[in-house]
Write a protein that binds this ligand. Structure first.
Ligand SMILES: *Cc1c(COP(=O)(O)O)cnc(C)c1O
Length: 400
């Protein structure tokens, strides 16, 4: 017997921790850019699991790689070698030019790993005195939910009542070069930043900001850590968002879409020797780099490139934004974005984006509000014009 959506909801309301307030829709199936609820109603997915589904739902080639690998070998731990992880290393090297790679599982783990490595590098290579290292982060950042990370979150919901927190972090405004320059001291070992702040509402820094940041980090001998967990893997119309800025990080963090939407995997990619501070026993993860995740990630990367999804994100993203900008409404403050990472910021008098997301759901489009007044639109990267037109019609109808 299958349970109805309301039966399922009753179970969730009774037993589930209340750390999410999902839109009232219960999904049971997905294919490409579309998902279906338990009543058989179809929706266009304009969230893509926060960009973990860049390749779309249940991509057949990733599914085939997963089932094939799942029948052979799923987990060895890193106590033994497996025959898949080196192939993933090689693919990532080919795609990004990375010189050394650390596989982990969740995005937050990749961030934590990069912070640990940056500190260790600070002590062992840069020569900072014991326990004196600091790492600079940005206001309105989102880097995940672990204790270390929420310590330097400026979002009260993420931060409050989880202390005491680890020291050694400073905060500067995002996109403010002078503030960064002023915050650096002799003990600064790293700067952790998102190329575009996603959860903050798709905030794009001023042109030229990252070029100057790159130069400053090189000059001051500071590890530039770019969190591309959301912006990476085609989302902004380039493989990595840092390509728009013409720069290379020291450490790049990948997660989300590296999974192809199937199985969590994240990675720290190094463009230099920083990761060499890790020696056997100094860091690890039971599931990190397992053969199942590696095979899935390889397929996820392969379809992204082979099926032209990165270029499609650029082309369709421009089309999507140009169509959204034709919607004339006093309730819309701004449409902004890059590639298929798009936000519609509403005026305060609109009364918050959540209720508009509910009305979009009724029209067959799933989107998510962020920071009260912003609605984020980030469909899978294989979206086509007709589907964008469908989305724009629903949105135009909403704001007319
Ligand atoms: C989602 C996200 C993370 C955290 O990833 P999890 O897999 O949820 O731990 C970190 N950084 C950015 C920019 C993200 O968007």
């Amino acid at each position: 017997m299958t349970l109805s959506a309301s039966d399922l909801y009753a179970i969730e309301a009774r037993l589930g921790a209340r750390n999410y307030k999902p839109l009232d829709v219960t999904l049971t199936r997905g294919e490409g850019v579309w998902v279906w609820d338990t009543e058989g109603k179809r929706y266009l997915d304009c969230l893509s699991a926060y960009s973990a589904l860049n390749q779309g739902h249940c991509h057949p080639k990733i599914l085939a790689a997963m089932t094939e690998q799942a029948q052979r070998l799923t987990l060895t731990s890193r106590a033994f070698r497996n025959d898949q992880l080196p192939l993933l290393y090689q693919d990532l090297e080919k795609l990004t030019g990375a010189k050394m790679i650390l596989p982990m599982n969740s995005g937050a783990e990749a961030v934590e790993s990069a912070l640990k490595v940056t500190r260790k590098w600070g002590y062992e290579v840069k020569g900072v005195a014991p326990d004196q290292a600091n790492i600079i982060t940005c206001s309105n950042n989102f880097h995940g939910r672990t204790l270390g990370i929420v310590g330097f979150s400026t979002d009260p919901l993420a931060h409050n009542n989880y202390g005491p927190f680890a020291g050694g972090f400073k905060t500067v405004p995002f996109g403010d070069f002078d503030a960064l320059a002023a915050a650096i001291d002799n003990n600064t070992v790293g700067f952790l930043v998102e190329p575009i702040q996603g959860e903050a509402g798709v905030l794009i820094p001023p042109a030229g900001y990252f070029k100057r940041v790159r130069e400053l980090c090189t000059e001051k001998n500071i590890v530039l850590v770019l969190d591309e967990i959301q912006t990476g893997l085609g989302r902004t119309g380039k493989l990595l968002a840092q390509e728009h800025e013409g720069i290379k990080s020291d450490l790049t963090l990948l997660g989300k879409a590296l999974s192809g939407g199937f199985y969590p995997i994240s990675a720290v990619l190094a463009n230099n020797d920083v990761l060499k501070v890790l020696q056997p026993g100094t860091h690890g993860s039971t599931f990190g780099g397992n053969p199942l995740a590696s095979a899935i990630a390889r397929a996820a990367l392969r379809v992204l490139v082979e099926e032209g999804m990165i270029e499609n994100a650029r082309v369709q993203g421009e089309y999507f934004m140009s169509q959204l900008r034709t919607i004339k409404s006093d309730l819309i403050r701004e449409v902004r974005g890059r590639g298929l990472m798009i936000a519609i910021e509403l005026q305060p008098q609109a009364g918050g984006a959540y209720k508009y997301c509910e009305r979009l759901r009724d029209k067959g489009l799933l989107a998510k509000d962020t920071h009260v007044n912003t609605m984020r639109l980030a469909p899978p990267l294989l979206i086509q014009r007709a589907e964008i037109d469908f989305a724009c019609e629903a949105l135009a109808d909403l704001f007319k």
